[in-house]
Write a new protein. Sequence first.
Length: 93
Amino acid sequence: MYEYDIGDDLKRTLKKLCKKNRQIYQRIIDKMQDILENPQRYKHLGHDMKGECRVHIGSYVLTFEINENEKMVVFLDYDHHDNIYKKRKFKLI
């Protein structure tokens, strides 16, 4: 099992969802636990998001990075599929 950390963008999103939509919040937490058991089985991204992975949760995407040396997963962001890739691209500029 991997250790984990949560990025600032995802922390803000989870804080809002915990108050507004507990069901979606719990789906994200459950998926994060699944990822920690075997993070390599999820889609690795390329181009501007090289080094990151993603998993779909409905129409939304949870992005994360894997550090194999430290057995660490860093969960980065959760947003609608149409927005997540645009948002990550603008952060790199």
